[in-house]
Design a binder for this molecule. Structure first.
Ligand code: SF4
Ligand code: SF4
Length: 74
């Protein structure tokens, strides 16, 4: 399993990127529907540590489960 960043809830401030111990969070191309940068988690590399959830300023933007329909990845 993996964590998931809801593309349309991410506000693009990359606190999670700096905190992730395995560097599996990447920037998506362009902007999301709210016209902000957005980031995505590589499901195959995430180790489910939840550190990203603890540092994300947007409550609910990162889910502690794999939800591929909510997260774009490129
Ligand atoms: S749960 Fe851990 S490994 Fe997975 S994306 Fe978040 S910080 Fe990275
Ligand atoms: S910390 Fe939260 S809002 Fe910031 S880039 Fe990561 S998921 Fe998006």
């Amino acid at each position: 399993m993996s964590h998931t960043i809801e593309t349309e809830k991410c506000i693009g401030v990359p606190e999670c990127v700096e905190a992730c111990p395995v560097a599996c969070i990447h920037q998506g191309k362009g902007k999301n529907n709210n016209n902000t940068n957005w980031y995505w988690i590589d499901f195959s590399a995430c180790i489910d540590c939840s550190i990203c959830v603890q540092v994300c300023p947007t409550q609910g933007a990162i889910l502690d489960r794999e939800e591929p329909t909510l997260q774009k990845s490129s």
